[in-house]
Design a protein around this ligand. Structure first.
Ligand code: THU
Ligand code: ZN
Length: 139
């Protein structure tokens, strides 16, 4: 049996709206206080408005008041061990540190786990902007 978060991501991908790519993605994230929020990709005829599964899951969590994440599972209909794209890595980094566990589902029992810090070793953050503001004030 795959872990619950992977099962929730697989369930979420059933609702993916992917008439263009036909590549469905599901994501499930666990917040620091143990809630689970899920998302699927939602494509658009103008292509650029397409929402990624991880973005949708993050939006669901944040709109419900959860801004600290500890684990996220990602899966695709292709069962190819999809990892979050660069944009989604940065989106996740806003609400987690480099120890966030990213579980990538290869279908069946196979998963590969990464730390977010491996997938995105450098990131712009609130700290970056605060440090720049402090430096400006010190000028
Ligand atoms: N996709 C995601 O949902 N998450 C990712 O991080 C990778 C890409 C979606 C976007 C598009 O609907 C489809 O996968 C093909 O790129
Ligand atoms: Zn993405």
């Amino acid at each position: 049996m795959p872990e619950e978060l992977v099962t929730r991501a697989r369930d979420a991908l059933e609702n993916a709206y992917v008439p263009y790519s036909e590549y469905s993605v599901g994501a499930a994230l666990r917040t620091a206080d143990g809630e689970v929020y899920v998302g699927c990709n939602i494509e658009n005829a103008n292509y650029s408005n397409s929402l990624h599964a991880e973005e949708v899951a993050v939006a669901e969590a944040v709109k419900n008041g959860h801004t600290a994440f500890e684990r996220v599972a990602v899966t695709s209909g292709a069962k190819d061990g999809v990892t979050p794209c660069g944009m989604c890595r940065q989106t996740l980094a806003e609400f987690a540190d480099e120890s966030l566990v990213v579980v990538c589902d290869e279908g069946g029992e196979e998963t590969t786990e990464y730390a977010l810090g491996e997938l995105l070793p450098d990131t712009i953050s609130l700290d970056t902007l605060n440090a720049a503001a402090a430096a400006r004030e010190g000028e």
